[in-house]
Design a protein around this ligand. Structure first.
Ligand code: ZN
Length: 240
């Protein structure tokens, strides 16, 4: 399942297509972001299903818990049906247990501390780890003058560093693991020009094997528009 292309925190459950510069762009949003962006095609359905500013946060949480518990995402129609049937369970106790299990596995602060050792990514470039779990990470950068090329664009190497770092964090966040995964090959695809503002990169595992793995990394601008798609092959080696 893919993450919401606006907040990168919750899973996307509402998918929309829009036409921009002659291309169809598909984007997925979580309930909260769909609501807040006022996507016209879903606005009426949300209102009819009783989603309003007062309960959109709670409903977004309930859906996320449901996705994490079931490991599959509801389709948009399935989601609205379940709303009508009021099938979502009370979420407070579930969320507590869920958070506990997750935190036990990967501690964000510990991972940040460890990856401070990636000085080129954290110090020279200024990339921040936003979120991490095994096989998934979100990193971000507030570009400044140092990151620009001669015509005011973002250097391709900035995307590369972000992607390589996001991949390394997602893959090597289990700090007590016997293996460490290194980048074997990378393919970068630049999709759209950057026009200022924070850049966010998500890394998601596509295929995990005994010795190799494949990741899909995406770079987004502050509006959630996709700037680059990076495919990374990793190779697992013994941790020294
Ligand atoms: Zn969202």
């Amino acid at each position: 399942m893919s993450y919401c292309s606006r907040c990168f925190e919750r899973h996307a459950i509402i998918f929309v297509s829009r036409h921009e510069n002659g291309a169809d762009i598909d984007e997925g949003f979580c309930l909260k972001c769909a609501y807040e962006s006022g996507i016209s095609s879903v606005e009426k359905q949300l209102a009819a299903s009783g989603i309003n500013a007062g309960n959109v946060d709670e409903m977004s949480d309930k859906i996320e818990i449901s996705i994490l518990e079931n490991d599959t995402g509801p389709s948009m129609s399935g989601f609205f049906q379940s709303l009508e049937k009021k099938e979502y369970k009370p979420f407070v106790s579930n969320r507590e247990s869920n958070t506990e299990t997750k935190n036990k596995m990967i501690d964000l602060e510990e991972v940040r501390k460890f990856f401070e050792g990636d000085k080129y990514a954290t110090e020279a470039t200024g990339i921040v780890i936003e979120k991490v779990e095994k096989g998934h990470s979100v990193v971000s950068l507030e570009p400044d003058g140092r990151h620009l090329n001669a015509v005011g664009g973002l250097m391709g190497a900035v995307y590369y560093t972000m992607a390589d770092f996001a991949f390394a964090v997602a893959e090597n966040c289990e700090l007590d693991s016997d293996t460490v995964t290194v980048t074997q090959a990378t393919q970068m695809n630049f999709l759209r020009a950057w026009h200022g503002g924070k850049v966010t990169c998500t890394a998601d595992i596509v295929k995990d094997g005994r010795f190799i793995c494949l990741y899909e990394v995406k770079a987004f601008d502050k509006e959630g528009k996709e700037l680059a798609l990076i495919i990374i092959n990793g190779f697992k080696t013994a941790r020294k």
